[in-house]
Each structure stands twice: as structure tokens, then as C-alpha cells.
Write a protein that binds this ligand. Structure first.
Ligand SMILES: *Cc1c(COP(=O)(O)O)cnc(C)c1O
Length: 225
């Protein structure tokens, strides 16, 4: 028995999500049993942020799980996850995008990715500044990368209690999505994801146009590092 009721927590989250908002269950640092409990409750999309931990779990767990890599990914780790990863949610450099494209090609795959934006005020967060993202898209090299599919944007709000600030950051991301969608992806239906919202702020995020929330603690309990 787990000391967390994963199925009940999942149900509670799902009840709070409008239809059309996808849930990535963030299972990092939780043992495989937690994922199995969520899987038994119907969850198929899971997020991990460490390559070795993910690779172990991927080997062990059902093959119809869609794994998202949600953390900062070092370019030298891409080759290990390229054979199976469903989406890489936090692409924060052109260099990483190129490496994903290269490794995906080796496996005859097209890997879905999100571009990570740095909007939060914390200095520690990864991601493109809005201007760096604009520059990267304008420069256009991504257009030739046929083995990656840019499906949208991802960001984390500042880790603060100030709801107004969190809301402001989500709204900045939402309007930036509209800008980029119109300029580069207006004819591309797969550019549709706005991935923001975690355990503490996902209800605000869905009010600010999120289409994909990444929730760990609320479902699986606190992580033991
Ligand atoms: C850990 C993590 C989450 C989940 O955070 P919780 O607060 O546990 O819901 C979401 N997104 C990213 C990028 C993470 O690293």
C-alpha cells in the first residue's frame, strides 16, 4: 500500500480541469509503484526530469505510457531518451533543439517539443527570454529540422504566493503564444500547446489559457529527494 491515495488525487485534479486541458502527471523522484497506481486509474502521460531515473522507469513500466521530459535536458543525454520519449517539454536552446533533431533522425522518429520561456523573476529558471525566442524563430534554422515538431510553449511561473504576479506571468506567456502562433505557426495545427500550471498554481494557469498542466505533488504527495 502507498501512503498516498493516488487514484483519488488524480480524480480530484481531473475534476478541476476543463475539457481540453491535458494532464502530465509528474512522477519524478517517486518510485514505479506510484506510477502504476496512476496508470491503473487511467493516467497515461507522465513527466520526469532526470534521464537515468526516466530510462529505468521506462524499461520497467507499460510501453503505452507517454513520457514527457519536463526538466532541463543536457544535450549529451538526448541520445538516451530519443528512442522512446513522447515529448520534450523544456527546450531552452537552439543547440538542444538541433541535438534532438539529430538523435530523432537516427531513430527515424519525429519528436514533439515545447519551447521553454523564461518569464519568472527567479534567476535560476531555464528557458528562452521572449526576445531570445523571437530571435531564434526569426533566424529560421528550426524550419529545416524535420525530425522535431514544435508543438507550443512551456513555462513556470515564479514560485511566490502572490497570485497577481503568477497570473501576470501566465498572461505574458499566453499573449506571447498568440504572437508566435500568428507569425510562424498560423497554418500549423500541431502548434497548440500552452504548458503552464503545477500543483500550486494550475487553477490560475487554466484561467490563463493553459492547455497542459504538469502536476506532481498534488497527485503523488511530497517528493523525497
Ligand atoms: C517538478 C515539476 C513540476 C511539478 O511540480 P509540483 O509542484 O510537484 O506539481 C512541473 N513542472 C516542472 C518543469 C517540474 O520540474
Amino acid at each position: 500500500m502507498l501512503n498516498v491515495d493516488v487514484a483519488a488525487n488524480l480524480l480530484a485534479v481531473r475534476d478541476n480541469l476543463p475539457s481540453g486541458v491535458r494532464l502530465v502527471a509528474v512522477s519524478k523522484f517517486h518510485p514505479a509503484e506510484y506510477i502504476e497506481a496512476a496508470y491503473a486509474a487511467g493516467q497515461r502521460v507522465f513527466g520526469e526530469s532526470h534521464e537515468q531515473e526516466l530510462s529505468k522507469k521506462q524499461e520497467l513500466l507499460p510501453k503505452d505510457i507517454e513520457w514527457h521530459f519536463i526538466g532541463h535536458l543536457q544535450t549529451n543525454k538526448v541520445k538516451y531518451i530519443a528512442p522512446y520519449i513522447s515529448m520534450i517539454d523544456a527546450v531552452d536552446s537552439l543547440k538542444l533543439l538541433k541535438e534532438i533533431n539529430k538523435q530523432a533522425a537516427k531513430h527515424g522518429r519525429v519528436i514533439k517539443v515545447l519551447l521553454e520561456l523564461h518569464i519568472a523573476e527567479e534567476a535560476t529558471k531555464y528557458g528562452f527570454t521572449l526576445d531570445a525566442c523571437r530571435e531564434m524563430l526569426a533566424e529560421g534554422e528550426w524550419r529545416e529540422m524535420t525530425n522535431v515538431k514544435i508543438c507550443g510553449l512551456m513555462m513556470m511561473a515564479s514560485n511566490v504566493d502572490n497570485e497577481a504576479q503568477i497570473r501576470k506571468e501566465f498572461n505574458i506567456a499566453a499573449s506571447f503564444f498568440d504572437e508566435v502562433k500568428e507569425k510562424y505557426f498560423s497554418n500549423d495545427d500541431s502548434f497548440c500547446e500552452r504548458s503552464w500550471g503545477m500543483s500550486d498554481d494550475y487553477k490560475i494557469a487554466v484561467e490563463c489559457c493553459s492547455t497542459m498542466v504538469r502536476i506532481g505533488t498534488f497527485i503523488f504527495g511530497p517528493r523525497v529527494y
